[in-house]
Design a binder for this molecule. Structure first.
Ligand SMILES: NC(=O)c1ccc[n+]([C@@H]2O[C@H](COP(=O)([O-])OP(=O)(O)OC[C@H]3O[C@@H](n4cnc5c(N)ncnc54)[C@H](O)[C@@H]3O)[C@@H](O)[C@H]2O)c1
Length: 368
């Protein structure tokens, strides 16, 4: 077992992220080493997470009192009923605040488990074992939890930091390629908004990272978590700086919503397209230099990341996309608040644009 540790210090909680490979049989040991104890524990397990690794994790708990709840992770099941099912088990089994829930799954499983943990008796211990690349580099860190409603994605939720995050890269071996690409989109985003050296590392080692080769994949996860950690520590509740993590997301959320969250374009792919739109918008507004734009775009093409927006939309979708952009959570007035890029490693925040400013641009994007 080889692992590295990253410590997060937020105002509400201090916790560690452990990144390593083949951690399964050592999970309880890692939990205890991180000063977390409990009488009983509920595992919420994504049905698609490797059964072999899950059985090693269960075995590691030895004689501890353990309950298991399997969850079918998809955006439709990311709802209050699923949270309620978890709360029901915790109540039925007489859990106390000193007990623990552990999520073993991707961002969806982590978000609903964390939300249930924040609600149960106003908060019990919560450990996240993320099993997708996206959840290992992004959603497991920072304490955003929540569910979807018929009014939109992630509209009900809480900020609730976990007590521990354990990322085992072994889990990634069973992930479909498409999901690896999605996680990579967030890694690329982190490099673009914060660290040119990390971007250069990605550019040099992209093939090895996408093939999950060690130690490249572990380094990519570690550096990515480090960037998110620094942002979250300074702005836990997204009042200011944390908004830079939304680079590309205003476009991405509008793309996903316009397609009614269809499987044709999942969240991570939408983010990759959204990053490209944000780059082109930065370029058109003379904020980003053409040379930097070309460097990033050639990386996106080299990595074979999704890049054809017109594959997903018709030209008439532009007004729908704009109306979703106007509803973005970051907007204050009737303007669209965008995170843009000045150069690799330097984001620009709080740029406000009217619907009119973006109309022609979006139409053009749909021809790309
Ligand atoms: N809380 C946050 O800060 C935050 C940040 C970004 C995204 N999110 C949320 O995270 C969700 C997306 O997360 P995600 O991309 O991990 O999606 P996900 O949880 O839907 O997982 C993607 C798919 O992979 C499957 N899967 C999970 N682990 C697997 C494994 N090891 N092998 C094979 N298949 C596996 C899942 O069952 C699912 O079908 C969205 O709901 C998004 O809103 C939250």
């Amino acid at each position: 077992m080889k692992s590295t540790k990253l410590k997060i210090n937020t105002k509400t909680k201090k916790y560690s992220i452990i990144i390593g490979s083949n951690l399964g049989l050592n999970i309880l040991k890692i939990i205890l080493e991180n000063s977390i104890n409990f009488k009983q524990c509920l595992l919420i397990i994504d049905k698609n997470a490797s059964k072999k690794i899950v059985s090693k994790i269960k075995k590691s708990f030895n004689k501890k009192k353990l309950f298991v709840h399997y969850f079918n992770a998809n955006e439709i099941n990311k709802n209050l009923n699923s949270v309620n099912s978890i709360l029901d088990i915790l109540l039925r089994k007489n859990f106390s605040r000193e007990d623990c829930v552990i999520s073993i799954g991707g961002g969806i499983t982590g978000d609903i488990t964390g939300f249930a943990a924040s609600l149960f008796k106003r908060g019990l211990k919560f450990i996240n074992i993320p099993t997708t690349l996206l959840s290992q580099v992004d959603s497991s860190i920072g304490g955003k939890t929540g569910v979807n409603t018929k009014f939109g994605k992630n509209l009900i939720g809480s900020f609730y930091q976990p007590d521990l995050v354990i990322s085992d890269t072994q889990f990634l071996k069973t992930l479909p390629k498409k999901e690896i690409i999605c996680g990579y989109g967030e890694i690329l985003k982190h490099s673009l908004i914060a660290n040119k050296n990390f971007y250069n590392f990605l550019n040099k080692n992209i093939d090895k990272i996408l093939n999950l080769s060690s130690p490249y994949i572990e380094k990519a996860i570690y550096e990515s978590c480090k960037i998110k950690k620094k942002v979250v520590e300074q702005d836990e509740n997204e009042k200011g700086l944390r908004k830079i993590l939304n680079f590309g997301h205003t476009f991405a959320h509008a793309y996903e919503a316009t397609l009614n969250y269809s499987k044709k374009l999942n969240h991570g792919e939408a983010v990759i397209l959204g990053i490209q739109s944000a780059l082109r918008f930065s370029l058109r507004n003379s904020l980003l230099k053409k040379n930097d734009y070309n460097i990033i775009m050639s990386h996106i093409l080299k990595a074979n990341l999704p890049s054809k927006i017109k594959r997903f939309f018709k030209t008439k979708d532009s007004s729908k996309i704009l109306s979703f952009m106007l509803k973005d959570k970051k907007n204050y007035s009737n303007k669209i608040n965008l995170i843009l890029l000045k150069k690799i490693g330097s984001p620009i925040t709080n740029r406000e644009y009217t619907k009119k400013n973006l109309e022609a641009f979006i139409k053009n994007e749909l021809r790309n």
